[in-house]
Design a protein around this ligand. Sequence first.
Ligand code: HEM
Ligand code: HEM
Length: 401
Amino acid sequence: MLMTVLLATGVMLMFTYTPSPSQAYNDILNLQTNVWFGQLARNLHHWSGNAMIVVAFLHMLRVFFTGGFRQPRQFNWILGIVLLLLTVGANFTGYLLPWDQLAYWAITVGTGLIEYMPFVGKWVQTVILGGPEVSAATLLNFYGLHIALIPIGLLAIMSFHFWRVRKDGGVVIPRAPDEEVEKKVKRVVTIPYLVTRELVVALVLMAALLVFSMVVNAPLEELANPDKSPNPAKAPWYFMGIQELLLHFHPLIAALVIPAAALAALVALPYLDADLDSVGVWFRSHKGRRMGLAATGIGLVVTPLLVVADEYILDFAGWLPSLPTLISNGIVPLAIVLLLLFGFYDGMKKRFAATNCETIQATFILLLVSFITLTIIGIWFRGPGMALMWPWDVAAAVVGH
Ligand code: HEM
Ligand code: HEM
């Protein structure tokens, strides 16, 4: 549904938009003031683009928590991961297009993360930017990716994804314990039962999106100025978890090792957790639910504590001055986090006398809650100089600036 809205409004935007630094910003201003319903079209595109990341992420959680990634759906799970990456790519390339201060600096910070890849980082960054920094070439690159390559990729893989859902026997349902129960399971046909519900959901979503876009405008700051960096300069919101990690770990660990490990773990999940008995059961079991709740509580308390401890107390680089920072600021804190994680895994498994599958789920929930907490801290609790402060102080400082 969101993809359809994005396609329709995206094509409308193309009628008034020119991807050049001297034109883009004025085109957006013109769209917002002189074009009938131009602001509405932009708002719909902007909010659908952000909502699609949230919705794809929520769908991934639904699949995870019902065990929908397991055999025979492993391959569709991986297609899903590609879809999520493409959706983020679509949002990221779209982010630059208005060519205002927000766009310019968020993309500068966001693409700055690529540089930390060993050996090839600088080269990859230059290819993506079309030069050493965000420029006219970047705008044109991003435009091409945004309006053609990524949408085509998304549509192609989505079709494959939907076909696989049917090929794999439809959406997961709990296994019936025996034939007696199997006979009592009420089966309904897709049309009209499922399709009617989907239509209702689509209409409610569309109405909500429309009302939201009538009330809240997509942000637009001043024209991009490469000489005047805002303070703080933040990446797009969905990368703020990584930007927050950069404040605590050596860049190689924060921008590369941790995200790559997270991605590898997602791809490997169907092979790590292959228990077929709990497929289709939300949170695996009664025990799985209790462990999930415990993991959420621990994540919500421990993550901010670690952030605050690292901000004010921990100083590995100062304590271990003779070591290279990759070790003192990278390997050492990473080892501590991994130890805590193993402690958590082992402790939970013993405390709840749980299966591997239930414990993997609890660990996933802990990491998920930590990631969301880090993202929230990065978005709302970091002010000028990326100093830790309360959200109202951040707001006051940014307005003052
Ligand atoms: C998953 C798909 C897509 C996502 C997530 C997405 C996201 C975005 C975002 C976040 C922006 C910046 C909006 C703003 O701040 O105003 C944007 C701008 C834009 N998008 Fe997309 N978009 C998608 C698909 C498309 C498609 C298919 C087209 C064209 C056919 C398109 C054309 C445009 C144009 C022309 C702009 C610049 C105008 C503007 O910034 O208001 N987009 N997109
Ligand atoms: C643009 C993004 C995506 C779209 C439009 C999409 C769409 C869908 C739809 C319509 C279904 C069938 C209905 C349902 O199960 O809810 C489905 C199933 C599925 N999706 Fe996605 N999906 C997307 C992203 C993802 C992601 C990010 C993942 C996981 C990483 C994923 C993994 C799966 C799996 C494994 C199934 C089968 C689940 C089952 O049978 O219960 N998808 N997807």
